[in-house]
Design a protein around this ligand. Structure first.
Ligand SMILES: [Zn+2]
Length: 341
């Protein structure tokens, strides 16, 4: 019955063109007042978010339904979002789960399995995960040990073989504890990935999730799907609204440079595949600082940081206003700079 109503709603929404072919994913970690501020929202703030989604008609849908809709080129409700949590902290059970149940919002937890097996006080227990899974929560893979999978020797075959074992071990632990229906999804620890890791994920038949911002549609790179951070400095509902309403910028992802680079001023060369609804104005930011872009063709532009960037993670973000929607096209290119010592 519930499915029938959902399908009926879908049909109505499509008929009124309140539909779209993309969705945005939000990522949270802790829902607590006693955890690191940069990766936390308080329970009160989290309730405010859920109420905000409800009041603004931002439908919260299950990640598996959202993914299969974009893969099959089906429409999704306008401003659809999926909620995810990384790391499996215990505050999800105590503070987030009751609120999400109250709002009847589906969600996904990406869990690293060793900290759960080691029974750390901060982490969910297998019993809590089982209870939430029984209630419909999706539990997926965030590695065995939450290691830096790209740091050190990521191009070395032995390292990749170990990484494969790491992911397979975590998947088996999830299956052993929670049942066979664990999706083949993998959230990269720290949102760090590389071409060789993406190739591994793809070969293993997994969908990869990262932590740079942006939306998901059928043209997305399924080895590193973006997610919008919704905690810490990103918890403000005004900025969250802009992100939820944003549309993935149509950029050809087939030849993008590796996230892992030894170049401190990495070059982002973007080829736009469809500019019909886009202004020829693209505003780009390097780690939040506006920076000039250079158009290299009618449908291509380039961005290079004017300052050398430090070792570690950085982001280039680009937005452009839509001509027809009250929304921005959005794209983020993450970098992981590791210079050869
Ligand atoms: Zn994590």
């Amino acid at each position: 019955m519930k499915i029938f109503i959902r399908l009926f709603l879908f049909a109505c929404l499509s008929a009124h063109s309140l539909a779209q072919t993309h969705f945005n994913v939000l990522v949270y970690h802790h829902v607590s007042e006693n955890s690191p501020a940069s990766t936390s929202v308080s329970p009160a703030k989290f309730r405010e978010h859920l109420q905000f989604f409800k009041d603004n008609q931002f439908p919260v849908i299950a990640l598996d339904e959202a993914l299969s809709a974009v893969v099959q080129n089906k429409t999704l409700p306008k401003n659809a979002i999926a909620i995810t949590f990384d790391d499996a902290y215990r505050s999800i059970y105590h503070n987030a789960f009751p609120l999400l149940t109250e709002f009847d919002y589906p969600f996904t937890i990406f869990a690293a399995t060793d900290p759960i097996d080691q029974k750390f006080a901060d982490m969910l227990t297998w019993d809590q995960l089982r209870e939430m899974k029984q209630a419909g929560v999706i539990i997926a893979n965030h590695s065995r040990d939450h290691g830096y999978l790209v740091r050190h020797r990521s191009l070395d075959e032995l390292w990749l073989a170990q990484t494969r074992l790491n992911i397979e071990y975590a998947q088996q632990r999830l299956i052993d504890e929670l049942g066979n229906d664990i999706p083949n999804w993998f959230a990269y620890p720290y949102g760090e990935f590389s071409h060789s890791l993406q190739a591994l994920i793809s070969e293993m038949g997994y969908v990869g999730f990262a932590q740079h911002s942006g939306g998901v549609n059928s043209a997305s790179n399924f080895t590193a799907l973006p997610r919008f951070a919704a905690a810490g400095i990103y918890a403000n509902t005004k900025t969250l609204k802009t992100k939820i309403e944003s549309v993935p910028m149509p950029i050809d992802e087939s030849n993008l440079s590796d996230m892992l680079t030894d170049n401190k001023q990495p070059r982002f060369h973007a080829i736009l595949t469809d500019m019909s609804d886009m202004n020829s104005t693209v505003n780009c930011f390097v780690d939040g600082q506006w920076q000039d872009t250079v158009w290299t063709g009618q449908q291509s532009f380039e961005l290079v940081s004017t300052e050398p960037l430090s070792q570690g993670r950085h982001r280039y973000n680009c937005t452009s206003p839509s001509k027809t929607l009250d929304a921005f096209y959005w794209y983020s290119k993450p970098w992981l700079i590791q210079t050869k010592e």
